[in-house]
Unconditional design. Structure first.
Length: 309
């Protein structure tokens, strides 16, 4: 058991536990997913491991012959050998879950949905402090997550979380909204990949627009016709621009007017104009580009001779 800690389960917490190689028939394996949290199933990723390490027992079972690690590996074996070697461990349920989690995380990396599925199974068995110490989750365990966990593991969220299309912070915000509103937003996130910061920005703006207009978020999205934007080029930028225009109509109007004026003013090149952030003042920054030092000196002399206003 010297290497136990390296794989996330505790030798001291499972004193006297046994590990042994056994020869099994496929039909001996119990069809129980008590330790499973892979989503979506990905048996093909085990193929490469099996080819690189032929003969290595890549299936782990508990004393009742339930699969601890290698559920997708078992799916591959169903089409091959009738008998095979497996590693059997005599460990408590919490240790088995930790073993599976740490092995899969190190071999393949786990997506956010898989980490939440693991959390759902391990939470009744271990205290939060122990889970944080022995399983690298990458997010905080708090009351809000506990409250929303079942919603996050529901069908509408699972595919977004597993595909990396939705970060936990935004997912928790959506989970606290009405079902129709969160489903409408999940459809957008599933259709187009946004960074986590952009996801949060979109969810914030939609919430603010809905509050100001006294409409559900789903109705706001319907009025924006975002599906049309998603089908075009650079959909992320276009979706964010549409939300920005709806959330800040006056700022958007002034920005549009500014750009039209700037195009005319900058005609001929060598000139760049910038307004104050958010048009907080009427100041305009003028940047001139000239070919060389001599041209710069000539321009400065001309400016100094110009009458001051």
């Amino acid at each position: 058991m010297a290497a136990a800690g390296a794989w996330g389960f505790s030798a001291s917490g499972a004193r006297g536990a046994a590990m042994k190689l056994i020869d099994l028939r496929l039909s001996d394996i119990m069809p129980d997913d008590v330790y499973a949290f892979t989503y979506p199933p990905a048996p093909e990723r085990w193929q490469g491991i099996a080819e690189r390490f032929p003969g290595l027992p890549l299936l782990i079972v508990d004393k009742r012959l339930r699969v601890v690690c290698g559920h997708d590996r078992l799916a591959l074996l169903r089409g091959g050998a009738v008998r095979f070697n497996v590693l059997q461990v005599d460990l408590p349920a919490a240790e088995c879950l930790l073993l599976n989690y740490n092995l899969l995380e190190r071999l393949f990396g786990l997506n956010l949905c898989e980490k939440l599925l693991f959390l759902k199974k391990i939470s009744p068995l271990l205290a939060d402090a122990e889970i944080r110490r022995r399983a690298p989750l990458g997010f905080a365990l708090d009351d809000e997550l506990r409250l929303r966990l079942d919603i996050l593991l529901g069908a509408p969220f699972r595919s977004c979380l597993a595909a990396g299309r939705l970060g936990l912070r935004t997912a928790l915000k959506l989970a606290g909204q009405a079902e129709g509103d969160r489903l409408a937003q999940l459809e957008i996130f599933q259709a187009c990949g946004f960074s986590e910061s952009r996801q949060w920005q979109m969810a914030q703006m939609l919430e603010e627009i809905a509050f100001r207009e006294r409409k559900p978020v789903a109705r706001v999205l319907l009025g924006l016709d975002l599906q049309r934007l998603l089908r075009g080029e650079m959909p992320q930028e276009k979706v964010l621009a549409a939300l920005q225009a709806r959330r800040y109509p006056e700022l958007t109007r002034r920005e549009k007017e500014w750009r039209a004026w700037r195009r005319k003013a900058e005609a001929g090149g060598g000139l760049a104009l910038t307004h104050a952030p958010l048009f907080a003042s009427g100041e305009v920054q003028v940047t001139l580009a000239v070919k060389n030092r001599e041209a710069a000196e000539k321009l400065l002399r001309q400016l100094k001779k110009s009458p001051k206003h």
